[in-house]
Design a protein around this ligand. Structure first.
Ligand SMILES: C[S@@+](CC[C@H](N)C(=O)[O-])C[C@H]1O[C@@H](n2cnc3c(N)ncnc32)[C@H](O)[C@@H]1O
Length: 205
């Protein structure tokens, strides 16, 4: 069942990839990225992961924001990754690979920060993704989850159940799920409209 959902998501985003950056939604997401930069704290020479990187806009922006940053973008959609590779402004510092957030082929305790913008809503197995984020973060590393959290959604709310479901998580549910994964909430910040940034920190294991 989950495999089927991942295939549907991949196919949806493969079809979207070629014109993703031309759509109004992407203009909105890029405004979210700009505001996100005001709320993050990175160490010197950070190595960061962008989970569900899409066309790579956020990593390009982060690399421009901090010149000693290196990073990796992972996305389920090969066509999104092809777009990101084609638009890579700093190939010596940023790389992109196809991968599924639910099972990352990455070493433990590898990253200073993980970014996850407008992507968590697509995960059919969110607890497993949180466990993967916790696993690849260095102790004390930060996880920045920016996603829709409409105020009417009090718990995990599922929309479009049949086709390509998406889920919204309230601040309280985010905190509860993350705590179980070994991630402590640092703070919540409303970035733009219903998009809520939650910053987490990997607790010492
Ligand atoms: C709405 S786009 C957001 C892209 C980008 N983060 C941004 O802020 O513009 C959602 C992205 O998540 C990716 N995605 C969805 N499920 C995924 C999964 N299980 N693993 C990795 N990427 C996934 C999709 O392929 C798509 O590129």
């Amino acid at each position: 069942m989950a495999n089927d959902l991942y295939q549907r998501k991949q196919s949806l985003f493969d079809r979207w990839a070629g014109f993703y950056d031309l759509t109004l939604t992407s203009v909105f997401y890029q405004a979210v990225h700009r505001r996100l930069l005001d709320s993050i704290q990175l160490p010197a020479q950070p190595y960061v992961l962008d989970l569900g990187c899409g066309t790579g806009k956020l990593l390009n922006r982060l690399a421009d924001h901090q010149k000693d940053l290196t990073g990796l973008g992972i996305d389920l959609s090969p066509d999104m990754i092809a777009q990101a590779q084609g638009a890579n402004q700093v190939p010596e510092r940023i790389q992109y690979h196809v991968g599924n957030a639910v099972a990352l082929s990455l070493e433990d305790q590898h990253f200073d920060a993980v970014f996850n913008t407008i992507t968590f809503l697509h995960y059919p197995e969110p607890e497993q993704v949180l466990a993967e984020v916790r696993r690849v973060l260095k102790p004390g590393g930060r996880y920045y989850l920016a996603d829709f959290a409409p105020r009417w959604a009090n718990g995990p709310e599922v929309l479009a159940q049949g086709m390509s479901p998406i889920r919204f998580y309230s601040p309280a549910v985010r905190e509860q799920m993350a705590m179980q994964a070994g991630l402590a909430v640092v703070d919540h910040t409303w970035l733009l409209g219903p998009v809520l940034l939650t910053a987490f920190q990997a607790t010492e294991s």
